[in-house]
Design a protein around this ligand. Structure first.
Ligand SMILES: Nc1ncnc2c1ncn2[C@@H]1O[C@H](COP(=O)(O)OP(=O)(O)OP(=O)(O)O)[C@@H](O)[C@H]1O
Ligand SMILES: [Mg+2]
Length: 234
């Protein structure tokens, strides 16, 4: 079981888009997949509710809800056969709460948008993740991806320079594309859209997917249900 957290404290950077596309991709390849939604906005669960019945199943958990009729450990129980567990994080997680996330996942993917505000926010988030979140101490794999990129823009060059300057792998670049909107409306990943329209967008995922396949997995003492109990909302 490989736990992947899509994480950035900055709102709107593409966490839910990347989490749902990863879940749809793995499911479409016949891998047993669970999708956990820790964001009170429930975007990932809304996406899952649109998913056509004839598409490969994804096990969804609305982790942001605090269900009174279930114990927390039962509510967040992940089927033991799940190969991939994709976690959609909320925006706004900072400071000491970062460590709660970092220590319970194998891998973190950080999407960053090409804008000065997003680059500045990402710099602070990554600094905190390394220092306060102690990601090196926990041995969590971390990669950054550029998202909603428009080629040949000055700000994309600025983003590329920033991502390349980090001591973290910069593994993929996703262009701005209507394919993401189209797929999201239907509860699909872009890999499940009719080709060839989405082929170029899909190819941009290959380096990230290849990187994920070779990332080492950890043994956990901490169950997932202990993650961010303070975030739970009714
Ligand atoms: N590569 C892309 N091309 C086009 N639109 C995109 C792309 N990535 C994300 N979007 C759009 O950008 C918006 C924000 O994306 P998303 O909801 O995934 O961000 P988020 O980080 O989950 O936001 P929040 O912090 O509010 O949870 C959405 O409307 C989404 O459809
Ligand atoms: Mg989101």
């Amino acid at each position: 079981m490989h736990r992947i957290l899509v994480f950035n404290s900055k709102g709107g950077s593409g966490k839910s888009t990347i989490a749902t596309n990863l879940a749809g991709y793995f499911a479409s390849r016949g891998r047993s997949t669970a999708l956990l939604d820790y964001d009170p906005q429930g975007s990932a669960m809304r996406w899952l509710s649109q998913r056509p019945k004839d598409k490969p199943k994804i096990y969804g958990i609305a982790a942001f809800k605090n269900r009174m009729d279930l114990t927390r450990s039962w509510q967040l129980h992940i089927p033991s056969q799940a190969d991939w567990v994709i976690i959609d994080a909320p925006a706004g997680v900072t400071g000491f709460r970062l460590a709660d996330y970092v220590q319970r996942v194998d891998t973190i993917i950080i999407p960053v948008l090409p804008s000065p505000i997003d680059i500045h926010a990402a710099a602070n988030f990554i600094k905190d993740l390394l220092l306060v979140g102690k990601s090196r101490q926990f041995g969590t794999n971390i990669a950054v991806v550029a998202n909603r990129v428009k080629e040949n823009t000055r700000v994309y060059k600025q983003l590329r320079r920033f991502l390349a300057s980090l001591e973290l792998p910069y593994v993929a670049t996703f262009r701005e594309s209507q394919n993401y909107i189209r797929a999201a409306e239907q509860g699909l990943s872009i890999h499940e859209l009719i080709k060839p329209r989405a082929t170029a967008s899909c190819e941009q995922w290959n380096p990230l997917l290849a990187w994920l396949e070779v990332m080492p997995q950890r043994r956990f003492n901490e169950p997932l249900h202990n993650i961010f109990p303070l975030w739970a909302k009714g």
